[in-house]
Design a protein around this ligand. Structure first.
Ligand code: C2E
Ligand code: MG
Ligand code: MG
Length: 568
C-alpha cells in the first residue's frame, strides 16, 4: 500500500469501504460475522494508513477509523433489526403451519360431526315415526269411547265445534241430536253389565246407519249424540224419528229379545247457538223435556223451553233459602163431614211468599221433588202442621191432614222425623193424617208398604190423595193400611155427568177396603148435596172454604161457626 499512487489508493479504500458497508445488510443475520467482516475490511486499512508516511494516506486513516467505529452500531442495529425480522418471519411461518394443522383438525372434526349428525338424523326420523305412531294411538284411545268405538265427550265436542265453524262459511244449518235410551237401566240391572254393553254396541251400530262414525258420540251411560250437517229442522225431525224406530226394533242378546226406546232432543246451529257446548246443553234440555213429559218422540229446542228452565232455576234458587228466610207458611182448608158440614179435619196446604208473590205448590213442589229439597221442606211442613194443630181451640177432635211426597215417604229418616214431630208437639197421633197421592203406589211397592205399616203402627191415619188419577192396582190397594180415599176434583166436577159412576165405583171400593171417602174440590151446593146423597163421608172445597192462613183459621175456630156456605 505505501507504494500505491493516490488514485490507486483511493480506489482501494473506496472498494473496501463499499464492501464493508454493503456487507452490513447482507450479513446482518449474524452480528458477529457482520461486525467482524466490516471491521476486518476497514480497521487494517485505517491503522495502516494512519501510520503512513504519506500525508494523504494518513488523512484517509483519520476518516477510515471513525467510519470503522461508526460501523459497529450500524452493524449491531442492522443485525438486531434483521434478526428480529427473521425471527418474526419464522414465527409467522410456524403460525401458518399451526393454522393449517388446526384447519385440518377442524375439517376432520366437521367431517366427524357431519357423519354423526347424519346418524342422528336417521335415528331421529325413526324416533319421530315411532312417536307419531304412538301419538296417533294415544289420540285414538283418548278420543274414542272404548266400548262403542265412537267419539267420546271431548272428541265429539271438538268435532262439533269444527263442523259448526265450517257451517258458518257455507251457511248451512247443523242439527244436533241428544239421544237418551228409555229402558236401558232396567235391562242393565236385570241382565247384567255384559248384556248392557252388548245392547249399547248394537244401538250404536244402528245409529251409525244415519251418520258417519266421526259424527256419532257417546256422552256417557246410555246417552248418545249425533251431528247431522246440512239438515234443516224438518230433516232433523224425520231422521230422529227414524233413529227412534230403529232403536225400538228388538235387540237379540244371548237368545233374549230386548226392547228399548229413545227420547231425542234436537238443537240447531246457527239458529239456537253457535257454541258446541251450548248446543249440546240445549239439545239435552229438549231431550229431558221430552222424557219428563213421557213423549217418546223427538223434540225441537225452543226459546220458551229455555225460559221455562230459567224460571225453574230461579224458583229453585229461591226455594233453597225459603225456610231460612221464613217465606213458607201453611194455609188450612177444612174437610167437613157431609151431613153436618162440621170441620173434622183441616188439610195443611203449603204457601210460599217469594218476593211478595204467593206461589202455589203446583209451581214449586215438583221442582222441590226433583231437586230433593222436598225432604227439608216436607219436614218443615209436618213439624209446623203438628205444632199448629195442638193449639187449635174447641176442636179436640179436629185432625190435621198433611201432604207427604213420595220422595219424603221413601226417605229412611221419615219415620224418625214423624216420631220427633209427634213427640215435640205432643199432638195425639190419631189427630194426624198423612195424604199420599195415588201415583205413589205404582212403584216401590215393598218399601211403601213397609213405611205405611210403620205409620199405622203409630196410629197416624193415611189418606190416598187424588184417587182415580194414579193407575194403582186394586189388588195392591186392598192390602195397604189406608183410612181415607180422597176422590179427585176432576170427578167431583163431573158429579152430575160421567163422574157419578166413577164416584160410586170409588165408594164401593172404599167400603170393600174399609175406608172412608172424602170428595175434593166441592165448589157448589149442588155438588155438595149430590155427594151427600151418594153417601160420601167428607167434603172439601171452595164451597165450604178456600185454604186460609193459620191466623184466620184460629179466628174462625174461636167463632165456632159451622161451614155451611162458601166463604171467600
Ligand atoms: P191436593 O193435596 O190435592 O190439595 C188440594 C188442592 O186443591 C189445593 O191446591 C187446594 O187449594 C185446591 N182446592 C181445594 N178445594 C178446591 C176447589 O173447590 N176448587 C179448586 N179449584 N181447587 C180446590 P193447592 O193448595 O194449590 O195444592 C196443590 C197440590 O200441591 C196439593 O194437591 C198437593 O198435592 C200439593 N201440596 C200442597 N201442599 C203440600 C205440602 O205441604 N207437601 C206436599 N208434598 N205437597 C203439597
Ligand atoms: Mg192433599
Ligand atoms: Mg188432591
Amino acid at each position: 500500500m505505501p507504494t500505491m499512487g493516490v488514485a490507486e489508493f483511493c480506489f482501494t479504500a473506496i472498494v473496501l469501504s463499499s464492501f464493508a458497508g454493503g456487507a452490513v445488510p447482507m450479513l446482518a443475520a449474524n452480528k458477529v460475522i457482520s461486525l467482524g467482516y466490516s471491521l476486518t475490511l476497514l480497521l487494517p486499512i485505517g491503522i495502516v494508513t494512519l501510520n503512513s508516511e504519506q500525508v494523504y494516506q494518513a488523512q484517509l486513516g483519520y476518516v477510515v477509523i471513525p467510519l470503522s467505529l461508526l460501523m459497529i452500531p450500524i452493524c449491531l442495529k442492522t443485525s438486531e433489526f434483521t434478526q428480529g425480522a427473521i425471527r418474526q418471519r419464522l414465527l409467522n411461518n410456524q403460525l401458518v403451519i399451526d393454522m393449517a394443522q388446526e384447519k385440518e383438525r377442524v375439517a376432520a372434526a366437521n367431517r366427524e360431526l357431519k357423519a354423526t349428525s347424519a346418524e342422528l338424523n336417521q335415528s331421529n326420523s325413526i324416533l319421530e315415526q315411532e312417536i307419531k305412531k304412538r301419538t296417533d294411538e294415544i289420540i285414538q284411545i283418548s278420543n274414542l269411547d272404548p266400548l262403542t268405538q265412537v267419539s267420546n265427550r271431548n272428541a265429539f265436542t271438538q268435532n262439533l265445534d269444527t263442523i259448526i265453524r265450517a257451517s258458518e262459511h257455507n251457511k248451512m244449518p247443523v242439527a244436533l241430536l241428544f239421544i237418551d235410551l228409555n229402558g236401558f237401566k232396567k235391562i242393565n240391572d236385570a241382565m247384567g253389565h255384559k248384556v248392557g254393553d252388548q245392547v249399547l254396541v248394537t244401538v250404536t251400530q244402528r245409529m251409525l246407519a244415519f251418520s258417519e262414525t266421526s259424527k256419532v258420540g257417546r256422552w256417557g251411560g246410555d246417552e248418545f249424540l249425533v251431528i247431522l250437517p246440512y239438515s234443516d229442522k224438518q230433516t232433523a225431525l224425520s231422521i230422529s224419528k227414524a233413529i227412534i224406530k230403529s232403536i225400538e226394533k228388538p235387540i237379540e242378546v244371548n237368545g233374549n229379545e230386548l226392547h228399548l226406546s229413545a227420547s231425542i232432543g234436537i238443537a240447531m246451529s246457527p239458529l239456537h247457538s253457535q257454541s258446541a257446548t251450548e248446543l249440546i246443553q240445549l239439545a239435552d234440555i229438549s231431550m229431558c223435556e221430552q222424557k219428563e213429559n213421557g213423549v217418546w218422540a223427538p223434540g225441537m229446542f225452543t226459546q220458551a223451553l229455555l225460559a221455562k228452565i230459567e224460571s225453574s232455576q230461579t224458583i229453585l234458587e229461591g226455594l233453597q233459602k225459603a225456610i231460612e228466610l221464613k217465606q213458607l207458611s201453611l194455609h188450612y182448608q177444612p174437610i167437613v163431614n157431609s151431613a153436618e158440614h162440621r170441620a173434622e179435619s183441616y188439610e195443611a196446604l203449603l204457601r210460599w211468599n217469594f218476593n211478595g208473590t204467593l206461589v202455589t205448590p203446583d209451581n214449586f213442589i215438583p221442582l222441590a221433588e226433583k231437586s230433593g229439597l222436598i225432604k227439608e221442606i216436607g219436614a218443615w211442613v209436618l213439624n209446623r202442621a203438628c205444632m199448629d194443630a195442638v193449639h187449635w181451640p174447641n176442636s179436640e177432635a179436629a185432625s190435621v191432614s198433611v201432604n207427604v211426597s213420595v220422595i219424603q215417604l221413601m226417605d229412611d229418616g221419615f219415620i224418625r222425623h214423624l216420631d220427633n214431630c209427634l213427640q215435640s208437639s205432643r199432638l195425639s197421633p190419631d189427630r194426624l193424617h198423612l195424604e199420599i197421592t195415588e201415583s205413589t203406589f205404582v212403584e216401590n211397592e215393598q218399601k211403601i208398604r213397609f213405611q205405611l205399616d210403620q205409620i199405622q203402627q203409630r196410629r197416624v191415619k193415611i189418606s190416598i190423595d187424588d184417587f182415580g188419577t194414579g193407575y194403582s192396582s186394586l189388588s195392591q190397594l186392598q192390602t195397604l193400611p189406608v183410612n181415607f180415599i180422597k176422590i179427585d176434583k176432576s170427578f167431583v166436577d163431573n158429579v152430575h155427568g160421567k163422574g157419578e159412576a166413577i164416584i160410586r165405583a170409588t165408594q164401593f171400593i172404599a167400603r170393600e177396603l174399609n175406608c172412608q171417602t172424602i170428595a175434593e174440590g166441592v165448589e157448589t151446593k149442588q155438588q155438595a148435596d149430590m155427594l151427600f146423597s151418594m153417601g160420601i163421608d167428607y167434603l172439601q172445597g171452595f164451597y165450604f172454604s178456600k185454604p186460609v192462613p193459620h191466623k184466620a183459621l184460629l179466628a174462625w175456630q174461636e167463632s165456632n161457626q159451622p161451614f155451611t156456605k162458601h166463604t171467600d
